[in-house]
Design a protein around this ligand. Structure first.
Ligand SMILES: Nc1nc2c(c(=O)[nH]1)N[C@H]1C(S)=C(S)[C@@H](COP(=O)(O)OP(=O)(O)OC[C@H]3O[C@@H](n4cnc5c(=O)[nH]c(N)nc54)[C@H](O)[C@@H]3O)O[C@H]1N2
Ligand SMILES: Nc1nc2c(c(=O)[nH]1)N[C@H]1C(S)=C(S)[C@@H](COP(=O)(O)OP(=O)(O)OC[C@H]3O[C@@H](n4cnc5c(=O)[nH]c(N)nc54)[C@H](O)[C@@H]3O)O[C@H]1N2
Ligand SMILES: [Mo]
Length: 810
């Protein structure tokens, strides 16, 4: 979230689109209800299904899955055409006036630089024009230059009309117009709109670009940085926010630092490519501090072994040829390129797409380690469970080793919520039986591997043997020790840059925040964005003071938020160019003549006078919010609609003459998975998968009360389709895709309407995802038997939300 849970109450309009917050985030959803009841906010829900959020919304509109860019692109066009943008905000805080390179091009859905073979783009032309003398971006404040971002964007969204929304999304035009009018009412400084989204946007082959379209809409409306505004990803698992923060993706390091690429063998090149220089006069470009973050990380990992002379062990860090996300990992397993697999708190047989391919992949392993408190479908993948899991057990060689772990209530630590707040929790009980905490298991594994290296040697021992391991209990580090390491400390006395005789921080002390980090090896910090969470004052994450002095939900002494205990990102943009709040009723930060002060920790240089013209988006080298994403996205700088990989349409109505633009040209897909895609003649209906309040993924099927509440797999079918197929509520049906099938009970409902898309009837089928062949709920099929293995080109998130199925009565 750019904002945070409590802040939702400040909104005048709440748009829930691409998520079902009332069902999947029922506790946090209270703040949307608070906005409705206290703030008279309008709650809008746009979803393929009339879901539990829709049932309490003021306005609901149906949409075909995977078409949100058309809807949001049409909102952008409407705002531009009808002059519903917050002009002063856009002029000062965005790249509207920046001029784009002459060789940048967009034609029939394809951007310049496309390589059809590799499904990737050479992104070099996706860039602003740079003045060679100053090194700064060229701009045209008159906005008349044909290649300024404003003009290009206007042209790009020309095709995104309300008629196109009706044709592609199946959303009735008058519903769209009703909604866009309410959205546009927030372009004035004293009204804000918040967006709450989750997987209905992310789980598409164009997921990241849907979210970018939403961010562009919010920039036009001046809603980024504002209380009650923002683009708010409602995260899933506790602790998935912490997972990405700590860099548990194959291309990331903690704090959203990135792994070096294959070609980056030299430390200086690696740093230079990331420590961006300002692209306009007097901009902060905070990533300019990259080296401080990276060196401090390496000092936390390798301690004394990391020195200036060895580039702080740069050679020990992997250099990435390509991301090894789950889609690639499973593809490689099917090709026999993996020996072993450690599966920690993850049930991929149930959770990953194309279950049949999963089974095949796992059967090619030599061993699989499952760290989990429970037996899972994955740990039992080799078991022939009849029709539900039809495998030939005898032919599977894979040895499965289960290491029982504790559960969240059996350990202490911090969980990071969607609002970036790190909240400490305390262990409530010891784990049963032989179970150990994940930390202890990892520590035991590490120490055993280290012993083996010491005894037997082996390839590349340095990072293993030199890993700093300063914990008081070698085989079971405490959560506090790890938290302190992530927050960071001084390794030497730190002195004031202006007067070296003044010691600002003594060696051994915890740091107050990342402003103290150095790039000379004198500080260690395991995750720079968490710096300040555990200081000399103690564990800031354990604070429980919920006082809210301004009444707008800014409880700065409740736990601790990254970065720097800041609750609303980009909050400098909540004030006008002179430093006065756009809306005095919900002032967040303002310039008092000497400093930035207010209800939040300023997202800015604290003593920077507004007159100097520094932009509010300090992480971008140009200091502004971006409509033009430059080289940042896999499929292009302006979001464009592409059809899901399995689409009911033969052409993309936005680019009817370009077959390469039917699906996302930059998506992640392997050859075999393309062969496993179905066509609309055989699989005429659109399937989508989702969750229920009564279950949590695949593990509450082990809990009797949850199993009683929702005992077995069902699918939701609209009355239109049910009548057509002669299906009645309670009938058993077979739902199949090109990959496999499931059997389920039919729920016939008015909540899924037949849509008219491109002049034809379109039926969507709702498939909740919680069952499998392990547990106390009724044994059944795994919903992911149906889903395709294709991912977003940026995040590799699979397209779980839109695929083709057939439905038959059994
Ligand atoms: N009780 C419970 N709560 C949970 C979970 C759980 O398993 N059980 N899981 C947690 C996790 S890990 C996560 S990630 C979150 C997920 O939270 P959500 O994303 O809110 O959950 P989903 O049920 O997957 O549903 C998303 C909604 O998106 C809609 N949708 C599908 N495709 C589209 C589309 O193309 N456009 C639009 N506008 N909408 C679409 C679906 O109809 C559905 O209503 O929930 C978390 N909360
Ligand atoms: N079709 C379809 N597929 C989806 C989705 C969808 O919307 N549609 N959603 C996707 C999303 S967003 C998610 S998050 C995934 C969820 O997929 P998973 O994360 O695989 O689902 P869970 O059942 O939550 O599995 C987590 C496992 O962690 C174990 N566990 C709990 N506590 C601990 C602990 O402290 N330590 C360890 N080691 N284990 C623990 C649980 O017992 C459980 O077996 O599913 C994804 N798959
Ligand atoms: Mo999730």
């Amino acid at each position: 979230m750019t904002n945070h849970w409590v802040d939702i109450k400040n909104a005048n309009v709440v748009l829930v689109m691409g998520g079902n917050a009332a069902e999947a985030h029922p506790v946090g959803f209270r703040w949307a209800i608070e906005a409705k009841t206290r703030n008279k906010a309008t709650l809008i829900c746009v979803d393929p299904r009339f879901n539990r959020t829709a049932s309490v919304a003021d306005i609901y509109a149906p949409i075909r899955t995977g078409t949100d860019i058309v809807f949001l692109g049409a909102v952008i066009k409407y705002l531009l055409d009808n002059n519903k943008i917050q002009h002063e905000y856009v002029r000062h805080y965005t790249d509207f006036s920046f001029v784009v390179r002459e060789d940048f091009d967009f034609n029939e859905g394809i951007y310049s630089g496309y390589n059809e073979e590799t499904r990737t783009y050479d992104r070099n032309t996706w860039e602003y024009e740079i003045d060679e003398e100053t090194g700064y971006v060229k701009t045209d404040p008159s906005l008349t230059h044909p290649r300024c971002v404003y003009q290009l964007m206007r042209k790009h969204y020309e095709r995104y009309t309300p008629e196109m929304v009706e044709r592609v999304c199946g959303t009735p035009k008058d519903k769209f117009l009703e909604i866009v009018e309410i959205i546009s009412s927030t372009h004035v400084p004293n009204r804000t709109l918040t967006i709450l989204y989750a997987l209905g946007w992310t789980q598409h082959s164009i997921g990241s670009q849907i979210i970018r379209t939403a961010a562009m809409m919010q920039l036009l409306l001046g809603n980024i940085g504002m209380p009650g505004g923002g683009v708010n990803a409602l995260r899933g698992h506790s602790n998935i926010q912490g997972l990405t923060d700590l860099g548990l993706m194959t291309d990331l390091l903690p704090g959203y630092l990135t792994l070096a690429k294959d070609g980056e063998q030299r430390f200086d090149d690696y740093i230079k490519a990331r420590a961006h220089k300002p692209m306009r006069e007097n901009q902060l470009s905070y990533w300019g501090n990259y080296k401080k973050f990276w060196v401090s990380l390496s000092k936390a990992w390798f301690g004394k072994a990391a020195t200036a002379a060895n580039d702080y062990c740069y050679d020990w860090f992997p250099k990435l040829d390509k991301p090894y996300d789950m889609l690639r990992a499973y593809e490689m397993m099917t090709q026999g390129k993996f020996n072993g697999y450690i599966c920690q708190g993850f049930n991929p047989l149930a959770a990953a797409p194309h279950k049949k391919k999963q089974s095949e992949a796992f059967a090619k392993l030599k061993f699989m380690v499952v760290m989990d408190p429970l037996r899972t479908d994955t740990s039992e993948f080799w078991r022939n469970a009849g029709e539900e899991n039809d495998v030939d057990t005898a032919s599977i060689q894979t040895e499965v080793i289960r290491l029982p772990t504790s559960c969240f209530a059996e350990e202490s630590g911090a969980l990071v919520n969607s609002g970036r707040v790190l909240q400490w929790h305390w262990k409530g009980a010891n784990p049963p039986g032989e179970a150990k905490s994940d930390i202890e298991i990892m520590a035991l594994l590490y120490n055993r591997i280290r012993e083996l290296y010491l005894e037997e040697g082996g390839a590349f021992p340095d990072p293993i043997l030199n890993l700093d391991w300063p914990y008081s209990t070698r085989l079971d580090p405490s959560a506090e020790e790890l938290a302190k390491e992530m927050s960071g400390k001084a390794l030497l006395n730190l002195t004031s840059p202006s007067d070296p005789s003044i010691v600002t921080r003594k060696a051994g002390e915890q740091l107050a925040g990342f402003a103290e980090l150095r790039d000379d090896g004198s500080t260690a910090c395991g995750c720079w964005i968490y710096s300040g969470s555990f200081t000399e004052q103690g564990n800031m994450m354990a604070r429980r003071d919920n006082s809210d002095p301004t009444g707008i939900g800014q409880t700065l002494n409740w736990a601790w938020a990254w970065p720097a205990n800041r609750r609303i990102l980009y909050n400098r943009a909540s004030a006008d160019p002179n430093g006065r709040p756009w809306d005095s009723d919900r002032a967040l930060v303002y310039w008092n003549g000497r400093a930035w002060v207010g209800a939040d920790v300023p997202d800015y240089k604290a003593d920077e006078a507004p007159a100097n013209g520094m932009g509010p988006f300090i992480m971008n080298p140009e200091g502004t919010g971006r409509f033009f994403a430059r080289k940042g996205m896999a499929e292009g700088p302006f979001p464009e609609h592409y059809e899901p990989f399995e689409t009911p349409l033969a052409v993309n109505p936005l680019n009817p003459n370009e077959p390469r633009a039917l699906n996302n040209p930059g998506a992640r897909v392997f050859k075999r998975d393309l062969e496993d895609m179905g066509k609309a003649d055989e699989f005429p209906y659109v399937g989508t998968t989702y969750r229920l309040t009564e279950h949590f993924h695949y593990w509450t099927k082990n809990v009797k009360l949850n199993a009683i509440a929702q005992p077995e797999q069902f699918v939701e079918i609209g009355e239109g389709l049910a009548n057509k197929l002669g299906i009645k509520a309670g009938d058993r049906v077979k739902v199949s895709s090109k990959r496999d099938y499931i059997k389920a009970v039919a729920v016939v409902t008015k909540r899924i309407k037949t849509l008219t898309v491109d002049g034809k009837e379109l039926h969507q089928v709702g498939i909740p995802l919680h069952w499998g062949f392990v547990g106390v709920a009724k044994k059944g099929f795994i919903a992911n038997s149906l889903t395709p293995a294709v991912g977003d080109g940026n995040t590799q998130t699979p397209e779980f939300k839109s695929f083709l199925v057939n439905v038959e009565k059994i």
